[in-house]
Write a protein that binds this ligand. Structure first.
Ligand SMILES: Cc1cc2nc3c(=O)[nH]c(=O)nc-3n(C[C@H](O)[C@H](O)[C@H](O)COP(=O)(O)O)c2cc1C
Length: 358
């Protein structure tokens, strides 16, 4: 087991374990990586106002979300091609999330099939969907996900086109041999590169992804798949309101970890507006730069029901497979527990906006 004390150390520890192109694909963001850095710094700019002399001898971090009870409010964000980090890939991530009683969100572009991952999960995993131009392909994917018992459908809405990730362009990023978009093996050819100097992912998106998806398509999605629908990548209050009006079941405030629109607002700064727009009946989650238990507490104080964590999971996976991912999630959970105690909160519902100064 590679020792680490906190999630901020992980990237440097994982770097020597990975080929440069894989490390860059995991770590990088779009263009100048302004949003990538700002997501993290924005948390540091929020100060806490602890409440004292509260009985915090017993603390409860559990919560319910879309019909499932999670042990603590941290889910695993969808991330493509996890077998590039460790041979067990998504299987290890699923097992770690299962052992800690939280939800794993499986990417459309996972390197293990949705059917193989499902039995490794204790809570019903969520499935993140990218809509392909070939709607029949997407409908087939959704039928498979519903048939094997996923818990929600997460439509990523911040990616009509792929952000330009310059590290991947420089590296002409390709998944290494033996790692592929496992769900897509039937029908798309998927990861084969061309002689052009661009990343394989960028070319895949340009060729197959549907940039024409609008609010109108939510009805088609709902008809095609009866699972609760979550929109990932909502950054504005007016879009949040529109989503609520369309009957969306939950929202994720996300800028894709700074991988899409560079200089987009840091997610924690967009959260309160989105939560207000969504109203009381649509749970709002947030991801991007969550690395500390105090970050989770700040997100909840500003209106999130839960957070998702991305890259640290990949670093944990690269270091120690399932054990590494478990350690990442446990560290965040334990830090949140401490932060709650020190802020005078025994349960998540004790965490309110009064605890933060923005
Ligand atoms: C390597 C990598 C692959 C990703 N793949 C996907 C994906 O397939 N679908 C998706 O909706 N988001 C994807 N994301 C974005 C994450 O779901 C999440 O929004 C982001 O990583 C959160 O920020 P954080 O890494 O700072 O925690 C990916 C992120 C990374 C780092």
């Amino acid at each position: 087991m590679t020792p680490f004390v906190n999630l901020l150390e992980l990237e440097a520890l994982a770097k020597p374990r990975l080929p440069t192109a894989v490390f860059d694909y995991f770590a990088g963001g779009a263009h100048d990586e302004i949003t990538l850095g700002a997501n993290r710094r924005a948390y540091d700019a929020i100060a806490l106002r602890p409440r004292v002399l509260v009985d915090v001898s017993r603390r409860d971090l559990s919560m319910t979300l879309l019909g499932q009870t999670l042990a603590f409010p941290v889910l695993v964000a969808p991330m493509a091609l996890q077998r590039m980090a460790h041979t067990d890939g998504e299987m290890a991530t699923a097992r770690a999330a299962a052992s800690l009683k939280t939800v794993f969100t499986v990417s459309t572009l996972s390197s293990v099939t949705v059917e193989e991952i499902r039995p490794a999960c204790a809570l019903a995993p969520w499935f993140q969907i990218y809509v392909h131009q070939d709607r029949a392909l997407t409908e087939g994917m959704l039928a498979r996900v519903a048939a094997c018992g996923y818990g929600a459908l997460v439509l990523t809405v911040d990616t009509p086109v792929l952000g330009r990730r310059e590290r991947d362009v420089r590296n002409t990023f390709q998944p290494p041999p033996g790692v592929a978009f496992a769900n897509m093996m039937a029908g798309t050819g998927a990861t084969t590169g061309t002689s052009e100097r661009d990343s394989a992912l960028a070319m895949y998106f340009a060729a197959r992804h549907d940039a024409s998806v609008t609010w109108k398509d939510l009805a088609w999605l709902r008809r095609t798949c009866r699972l609760p629908l979550v929109l990932k990548g909502v950054m504005r209050g007016d879009d949040a309101k529109r989503a609520a009006d369309h009957g969306v079941d939950a929202l994720i405030v996300s800028n894709h970890g700074g991988r899409q629109l560079d200089t987009a607002i840091p997610t924690i700064r967009a959260l309160a507006e989105v939560a207000d727009g969504a109203g009381p009946n649509v749970p709002v989650l947030v991801d991007g730069g969550v690395r500390r238990g105090t970050d989770v507490l700040k997100a909840i104080a500003l209106g999130a029901r839960a957070v998702l964590v991305g890259r640290p999971v990949l670093w944990g996976l690269a270091l120690d497979g399932e054990t590494g991912v478990s350690r990442v999630l446990t560290t965040l959970r334990d830090e949140l527990d401490t932060a709650m105690a020190l802020c005078g909160c025994a349960t998540l519902s004790d965490i309110g906006r009064d605890l933060v100064v923005t």
